[in-house]
Design a protein around this ligand. Structure first.
Ligand SMILES: [Zn+2]
Ligand SMILES: [Zn+2]
Length: 246
């Protein structure tokens, strides 16, 4: 009976309190994201690089990579909610590797509010697709779960018809150039009619080199997409700063 009650109260908490009471990242009170985690990981005090989304530490700055011409080519802008470290990194890894997609629900409101404050509203959103073999292993595509949260909160349509046709080999040890090359030809737009003249957000969980965003954006451009913005939960932090080049 005790067990049953514990389970029932867990369900009750899930239904009523989970969005408001506890921080989704550290479990402290005063969620959905507590002040400590906001300060440490979301860094709203820091500007994002206007091209690649990395967090930079001053106004009117691009990160070093973008200033040197190594930024996104196919995207108008990439932006990230927070810094990929600590509890935010743990949260994203728990979602992905411990099969907890429902946790995304706990951050859907603050993440969506932030997204619409950073990027122009668009005709639709596209989740970075996962190859069907990987999808079968994991059971869900975290980018799709995040896209669903944005759809639910902001009412933006989810655009179909982009597929990943090659499974991804491990990218961990590759340079950005190698990653870009490695990702060539692995995405395809099956239904280009959805994309001609449209504006879209591409959604992923994390960006490191931006190579995945570039590869998806490349095929969307070929299908006639007019403006493309990349949006993810977390990106790296740029430490070296350079002045705005234009
Ligand atoms: Zn917290
Ligand atoms: Zn940059």
């Amino acid at each position: 009976m005790k067990e049953l009650w514990r389970e029932a109260s867990k369900v009750g908490r899930g239904l009523w309190y989970v969005d408001k009471q506890y921080c989704a990242l550290c479990g402290a009170e005063k969620g959905p994201i507590c002040m400590t985690c906001r300060t440490k990981y979301l860094r709203s005090d820091l500007r994002r690089c206007g091209r690649c989304g990395k967090l930079v530490q001053s106004e009117k700055l691009y990160c070093l990579d973008c200033a040197a011409g190594r930024g996104p080519k196919q995207l108008d802008q990439v932006t990230a909610w927070g810094h990929y470290s600590g509890k935010l990194k743990e949260f994203i890894q728990t979602v992905k590797f411990k099969a907890q997609p429902r946790l995304i629900r706990e951050i859907s409101r603050p993440f969506s509010d932030w997204a619409i404050s950073q990027l122009p509203a668009v005709d639709g959103i596209v989740a970075v697709p996962m190859h069907k073999t990987r999808l079968a292993e994991r059971g869900f595509n975290q980018a799709e779960v995040i896209a669903s949260a944005l759809h639910w909160e902001l009412g933006l349509p989810i655009l179909p018809g982009v597929d990943r046709i090659e499974p991804r080999s491990s990218q961990v040890l590759l340079s950005r150039q190698e990653r870009l090359h490695n990702l060539k030809g692995i995405f395809v737009v099956r239904q280009p009619e959805y994309y001609q003249g449209r504006t879209v957000w591409i959604i992923d969980d994390v960006t490191t080199t931006g190579a995945t965003f570039e590869a998806v954006a490349g095929v969307l451009r070929e299908s006639g997409v007019r403006a493309i913005y990349g949006l993810c939960l977390a990106a790296g932090l740029e430490k070296k700063l350079v002045p705005l080049s234009d």
